[in-house]
Design a protein around this ligand. Structure first.
Ligand code: DP6
Length: 349
């Protein structure tokens, strides 16, 4: 009889406030970044292994997304497993089945690599501990999971922790490293723990240029050195604002980071744009609303056209009114995903 071993993790997506854009070596960032961990947008991944029937050392993997076998994802995951097989010897010794699903729709433009890669990395680390019959300290477990998640996708390194997370060596952040992320929840002002993220779907279309290609275009971008300096300055200023709860300063930096990211795309060679006319219409409407209402409502953007509206919970009802009245018309089929700062990954079984 064959014994199957199984583990399941849920891991959330995250939204960067200071953007990681440009990398070197084995998935090491060119600047430190910081993000909010989400709550409702997550991946749930089950890793099952059983002894191989053959003696082959080839990686044997079946990959299911939304219960359907997915060959395109399978190829990507095999590449990922090849790059980490020295760390997890069971990857070559067992036959592997991965089942993954996302809580958010596929065509929502929400980056799934952060949640998917962190969920898978957590499963690999749990499985390894189970096979080796050991229990490593919690902080070491998550540090390892973050390191492995990073190799799958840089931003995934930040998804293994709750609330707010930084990644990349930064002198003001104790214990920070380019290899794994660091939790920031214990030093930020409580107002940030109430933050909402309403994702306004300007378009759910597949991205024209992947983040991987985008990162590589930074190598020849003439503004890259200035950008890395700006990211460092913004980290310093944002840390101050996060500590004292300065929402205005927070918003100014976060919006500038989002627009810088897209400006860098526009002046890459070849140049490309991911914002659409509706993205810009929403940015204008948010600025006007903020000007007239004086409410702390800010936006950021991922590598895509969708607006992430960031605001403290106490102004939620006023923001909801503004969304319904003005922003919804710019969303594809009126689509909006409501999320908030979250509690981090969960071991399901
Ligand atoms: C704009 O983490 O998706 O979302 O490491 O190549 O997988 P890879 O890139 P990825 O890049 C994320 C870029 C970003 C900014 C951020 O999340 O910091």
């Amino acid at each position: 009889m064959h014994t199957t071993k199984q583990v399941t993790w849920q891991s959330p997506s995250n939204i960067a406030l200071i953007k990681y854009w440009g990398k070197h070596g084995n998935q090491l960032p060119n600047n430190a970044s910081i993000s909010f961990t989400m709550e409702n947008c997550y991946s749930e991944t089950t890793l099952s292994i059983e002894p191989k029937l053959s003696t082959s050392k080839e990686i044997e993997l079946r990959f299911y997304f939304d219960k359907k076998e997915n060959l395109a994802f399978r190829i990507k995951i095999i590449q990922f497993f090849e790059s980490i097989h020295k760390e997890f010897s069971f990857l070559r010794d067992y036959s592997i089945i991965v089942n993954s699903m996302n809580s958010f729709p596929h065509s929502s433009g929400i980056a799934s690599s952060a949640s998917a890669m962190s969920a898978l990395a957590l499963c690999l680390c749990s499985m390894d501990d189970m096979l080796n019959k050991r229990k490593i300290p919690k902080d070491k477990f998550f540090e390892r999971a973050s390191t492995i998640a990073r190799i799958g996708s840089g931003s995934a390194a930040r998804s293994v922790y709750p609330t707010m997370v930084s990644w990349g060596k930064f002198k003001k952040i104790k214990g920070s490293s380019d290899k794994f992320a660091t939790e920031c929840g214990d030093w930020i002002h409580p107002v940030f723990k109430t933050f909402q993220n309403s994702i306004l779907i300007a378009s759910g279309d597949e991205k024209k240029v992947s983040s991987r290609v985008g990162h590589s275009l930074m190598e020849k971008n003439p503004f890259a050195p200035a950008r890395y300096k700006q990211a460092e300055d913004n980290m310093n200023e944002l840390i101050k604002a996060l500590m004292v709860g300065d929402l205005e300063q927070f918003g100014e930096i976060v919006e500038s980071e989002a627009l810088t990211l897209h400006a860098l795309m526009m002046c890459s060679k070849p140049s490309y744009t991911l914002m659409t006319p509706n993205t810009l219409a929403m940015i204008e409407a948010i600025r006007d609303f903020r000007e007239s209402s004086k409410l702390p409502l800010y936006f950021t953007l991922d590598a895509g056209p969708n607006i992430h509206l960031l605001y403290p919970k106490k102004i939620q009802s006023k923001v909801q009114e503004f969304i319904d009245l003005e922003l919804k018309q710019y969303c594809e089929n009126g689509r909006i995903i409501f999320d908030q700062v979250g509690k981090g990954p969960k071991l399901i079984k």
